[in-house]
Design a protein around this ligand. Structure first.
Ligand SMILES: NC(=O)c1ccc[n+]([C@@H]2O[C@H](COP(=O)([O-])OP(=O)(O)OC[C@H]3O[C@@H](n4cnc5c(N)ncnc54)[C@H](O)[C@@H]3O)[C@@H](O)[C@H]2O)c1
Length: 267
């Protein structure tokens, strides 16, 4: 029998009460799914860094959590800017001393304008790739290096089920989210030896209460009809999986892309 089958997993340096006491950085946490990630991680006992380009929104998320007795700090960051991302890590380490969980959720999403591929300007293309893919790379590079040195941690990258469908009319967005899957797989291999897990989430269409071009009035019903489960996905449906992936129960899951879409796509 393969000796690998018998080797016990080394204990994680970051394990504590699961995942209580951990430090979780969430990008794009000023609104939408990111705001729910912040709440879910705070409620599971993590200390939360609410990072967003929207300073007021980040502060409002953090203030709401603090009011309920959680430990949350808002940090302004532009994930597409190298120095800004380095400053995010620096501030987090000054405040909490470490990062156990990174949720790369920030993206140009609700503000995206749907249009055919040949109407997307090169500037729009670059902007979406810059934030949605390079932003994830920069955050992974900064925080992943810290996790490797500490020998433990979890990175959760938010991709999209739109990649599986090749959903038309926002090719820059779909391409950026497909890139996130590739990055996740590659980084999982590079950080595995340091006991750091790296996974992606592929949410289907989620009702966040924020209006957007990608779900026009009346379209939500069509989406629900295409799912095995006939109900609209809520942000909390996505957040629960992220909390699980950051927990010790998921310590052997890495490099995966978890589809949370009510059964729209089957892998
Ligand atoms: N809502 C859905 O149906 C759905 C489906 C699949 C995937 N997703 C993904 O889930 C994540 C969250 O989606 P959402 O619906 O909450 O989006 P949203 O557009 O409501 O929120 C995105 C957040 O990211 C922030 N942000 C944007 N650019 C930034 C930058 N350069 N630096 C820092 N912060 C920045 C925004 O300020 C905002 O707070 C995104 O990655 C999105 O692509 C959403």
């Amino acid at each position: 029998m393969d000796s690998m089958e018998h080797s016990a997993l080394p204990p994680r340096t970051t394990s504590g009460p699961d995942p209580a006491g951990k430090v979780c950085v969430i990008t794009g946490a000023a609104q939408g799914i990111g705001r729910t990630f912040a709440r879910a991680f705070a409620e599971s006992g993590s200390r939360v860094v609410v990072a967003d380009r929207d300073t007021d929104g980040a502060e409002s998320t953090a203030a709401e959590l603090r009011k309920e007795g959680h430990d949350a700090t808002a940090v302004t960051v532009d994930v597409a800017d190298e120095q800004s991302v380095e400053a995010l890590l620096r501030l987090t380490l000054e405040t909490y001393g470490r990062v156990d969980t990174l949720v790369n959720n920030a993206a140009i999403f609700s503000t995206i304008v749907m249009k055919p591929f040949d109407e997307i300007s090169a500037a729009e293309w670059r902007q979406v790739i810059d934030v949605n893919l390079t932003g994830v790379f920069l955050c992974c590079r900064a925080v992943g290096g810290h996790m490797r040195a500490r020998r433990g941690g979890s990175i959760i990258n938010v991709s999209s089920a739109a990649v599986l469908q090749g959903r038309p009319n926002y090719m820059h967005y779909v391409a950026s989210k497909a890139g996130v899957v590739g990055l996740t797989r590659s980084l999982a291999r590079e950080l595995g030896a340091a006991d750091v897990t790296v996974n992606a989430l592929m949410p289907g269409s989620v009702d966040t209460g924020i209006p957007r071009d990608s779900v026009k009035p009346g379209q939500a019903e069509q989406i629900i009809a295409g799912q095995a489960l006939h109900r609209r996905l809520q942000s909390a449906d996505i957040a629960g999986t992220a909390v699980f992936l950051a927990s010790d129960a998921a310590r052997t899951i890495t490099g995966q892309s978890i589809v949370i879409d009510g059964g729209m796509n089957f892998l």
